[in-house]
Ligand binder design. Structure first.
Ligand code: COI
Length: 353
């Protein structure tokens, strides 16, 4: 059994290592009319037939959301229906059954309410929510699952990285590719993560927190281990530009990425571009003192400044932390204000029941 957290301890623990007392589970059985009644049970092990498809063919997908304890005592999620919509997109690609996202959200809210004492009271703490969907039928033929299990578990958390809020060093190694055009790299399925662990372990040997994934002969910067990547620089017209990779199948459609783009367009203070950005662009801009910042963004890792890249056996230092008024901290503040209810914003979704 996984360890659970001592409710009297208000220190949020290491990411993903402790869990609350309960979980939500809902079974799908194609022969019994599809989705069965969901139930909230105590947090417990699940039992699977050794032939279950998930164990052989990685028929699994997941989501990552967070519940925040607001300054007004209310509990909020951040744009949760977007996560559940993405869950259905992943389900389509994995040939797993889709869910009714509104119903699922209601059940997740009930689960959060039941275990709400676990939501850290710390300033940057939150309750990480992990909906997971797996193919469970005992059938080792490669095919569409007819049985599935959806479960949701909760984990109180603080910072994703052991380095806390220190700027990151990423490893960019062109020998490894995470995704390719026509593949499934834009879906949040388990098989997009398992094979990256080897590369991440290699990155850690070089003192890097994550891999920075490159694509193609021109070494396009796509995304990092668990985050979308943004570059802020002065472009060839002498104007400020925020650039991130496009949604062309090579990156995950991150909700934090989308929110940053939407905020930027609303502010209308700099160019906002979703287009290719290569390692040679980065190096050239760096050499010409036009690179201002590089940062990552994602649910688990929030907004994380990047200060170094390990690339072809050398370290490229980035000026991210030298900027007097960095964009990354402005996004961090704007999103945090919504997460913790410091501002009233339609993206902050109050947990009901
Ligand atoms: C998230 O940001 O929620 C993620 O899914 C990252 C996760 C793989 C830890």
């Amino acid at each position: 059994m996984p360890e659970t957290i001592d409710k009297s301890n208000q220190q949020a623990p290491k990411f993903g290592s402790v869990f609350t007392d309960h979980m939500l589970r809902m079974e799908y059985d194609g022969e019994r009319g599809g989705w069965q009644q969901p139930e909230i049970t105590k947090m417990e092990n699940i039992s699977l037939h050794p032939a279950a498809r998930v164990l052989h063919y990685a028929t699994t997908l997941f989501e990552g959301m967070k519940a925040f304890r607001g300054v007004d005592g209310k509990i909020r999620l951040f744009r949760p229906l977007l996560n559940l919509q993405r869950l259905n997109q992943s389900a389509e690609r994995a040939c797993l059954p889709k869910v009714n996202k509104h119903d699922l959200l209601r059940h997740i809210e009930k689960l959060i309410r039941l275990d709400e004492n676990f939501i850290p009271f710390t300033k940057e703490g939150s309750l990480y929510i992990r909906p997971t969907l797996i193919g469970t039928d005992a059938q080792i033929g490669v095919g569409v699952p007819n049985r599935a299990l959806l479960f949701v578990i909760l984990s109180p958390t603080a910072s994703y990285f052991d380095s806390g809020s220190k700027p990151l060093r990423l490893m960019a190694d062109p020998n490894y590719v995470r995704a390719w055009i026509g593949g499934a790299g834009d879906r949040k399925i388990g098989s997009n993560y398992g094979p990256t662990i080897y590369v991440q372990a290699k990155a850690q040997m070089y003192g890097c927190q994550q891999a920075l994934w490159l694509y193609g002969e021109d070494e396009q910067i796509t995304e990092a281990g668990t985050m979308a990547i943004f570059a802020h620089f002065i472009n060839d017209k002498g104007e400020r530009e925020l650039r991130t990779a496009p949604l062309n199948g090579l990156i995950l459609p991150s909700i934090t990425r989308r929110s940053i783009l939407e905020l930027s367009r609303e502010w209308n203070e700099f160019n906002v571009v979703e287009d290719k950005f290569t390692m040679s662009d980065l190096i050239r801009l760096r050499q010409e003192n036009r690179l201002l910042e590089l940062f990552g963004a994602g649910t688990a890792c929030l907004i994380s400044p990047v200060s170094e890249i390990f690339y072809r056996n050398r370290i490229i230092r980035l000026p991210t932390k030298d900027h007097p008024n960095p964009l990354y901290s402005r996004f961090y503040k704007s999103l945090n204000d919504i997460y913790y209810g410091r501002v009233n914003h339609p993206w902050g979704y109050e947990v009901g029941v």
